[in-house]
Design a protein around this ligand. Sequence first.
Ligand code: DGT
Ligand code: CA
Ligand code: CA
Ligand code: ZN
Length: 576
Amino acid sequence: MPIHNNDIAAIFDELADLLEIKGENPFRVRAYRNAARTVAGLSRGVAELAAEEKGLDGIPGIGRDLADKIRTIVATKKLPLLEEMKKELPEGLSTLMKVRGLGPKKIAALHKALNVSSLADLRKAASGGKIRELPGFSEKTEQALLDELGKTKITERGPERFKRALAEQMVTPLFEELKKARGVEEISIAGSYRRQAETVGDVDILVAAEKSRDVMDRFVHADDVTQVLAEGDTKSSVLLRGGLQVDLRVVPLESWGAALHYFTGSKAHNIAVRLMGVKRKLKVNEYGVFRGKKMIAGRTEAEIYKLFGLPYIEPELREDRGEIQAALEGRLPRLVELRDIRGDLHSHTRATDGRYSAEEMAGAAKARGYEYLAVTDHSKRVTMAHGLDAARLAQSIREIDRINARLKGVTLLKSIECDILADGSLDLPDAILGELDLVVCSIHYNFNLSKDKQTERVIRALDNRRVNIFCHPTGRLINERPGYEIDLEKVMRAAVERGCFLELNAHPDRLDLDDVHCRMAGEMGLKIAVSTDAHSTGDLDLMRFGIGQARRGWIEAADVINTRPLAELRRLLKRT
Ligand code: DGT
Ligand code: CA
Ligand code: CA
Ligand code: ZN
């Protein structure tokens, strides 16, 4: 079995973690982190590239040394340097990295002061009130750690829940394989995955077939399966490489709709539908809807909803958050779709930490049928990304004018991702910001202000009439770090009053805003931008994850500014 890009990325990430815990040179740490990101983001398999003579040459950020390491990993599935590091440091330390709120620096501190080197040690130290006394920790962080340990089951394999995008990468080859099986009449992924949840506990695949033999065979013998947890005629479960559990169910075709509905969930939505059935003396289960012994619906999902006098309810809405009431009253949202999107309003180029030129990014936007792409490189405060000062931004403005003059069918919008400084002022002077088509702004530093201060800081930035969009509004990274403390509702109201917008960052590590805040935005009349924060041409395809999240938040096309044609978008970007 060739090694996956993800596995290689995981090795580099773990190495970076351990080096950082050890307090090694930050540049070295960053080189491995960047390598992990690069490898994970490549569209071709690294194993395949490594087999070609010069296949690894010219991958940005992968120099000779890293290329050698990659070849070693491809050949042996191991990296000697990582194995050495693991021997040097207690094993549990890398598991601690999986705890939300703990980074390498904190882990190093806990290890040094309290000899914490496993989850069990951490739990003991936290419940014993030992952690609050350490410099850099407080009673609050100690409590947060305890909450976190209670909430998510963290295993040696990693967090219990997988980011949806990662689950997608892991399960897609298997899913494609199952589609080819003899006897498969219908096939779909169900569960939280189909509901576009940002993370999934496991992946549920549903098949309609008379004979389940071939599909079950292919399932338990698939390439990526490391363990068969259960095997039967209609029901099996496996673990994939990387630790993702996949369940497969096979049902008869006449039950397809009922089963798809049942296994799509959510459980809460199912219970609400079943209760509607009870009121009408109908039994609803995964085999169908029954009056007495007679099956009266179940071939399609729509049929089941229709039986209760409801229009079809999209999977993303099935969370028992009022969707059934809304359906009854005929006020279900018409959810935004990927094809409604006319452009992307957050992208980076080689001028800062992107991997391609503005022109190449424009070509990629055009290839996706977009009308416009905003180039939003970082501002100078973000030194790690070599952010732009006013002079370099002026240069980039002139360059984009030149590119636009020769571009056909797509327009680059001149912009900047301006850093919001700790006091809420912007990182660049108004004069240069005034020359841009739009200004997006975000927080990259000073995450630890009090909630009030953080909220004030952002609202002060929005006070600047040049600002249009506040990006990745909470700063959270899914499964990695919680967002900073901020009164988002207050920020959202301030944005409505000032005629600016919030971003739903579509990157699957962020998906920030979350579904609940998207819905809140829709309800208060705040429009959002769904943007990918692309650092490469391929990243533009991350849009679909943002759309999934927006749909979970009841968002319609009209709520999203980048569904508008350019002329209309320009009007929306004009603040009075
Ligand atoms: P996950 O895997 O934690 O991300 O979330 P789900 O929603 O995929 O949950 P999972 O895999 O345990 O089950 C798939 C679906 O099967 C779930 O969404 C609804 C349905 N289901 C599972 N257990 C029950 C149950 O006890 N009652 C009802 N009504 N439905 C259930
Ligand atoms: Ca599931
Ligand atoms: Ca499941
Ligand atoms: Zn960005």
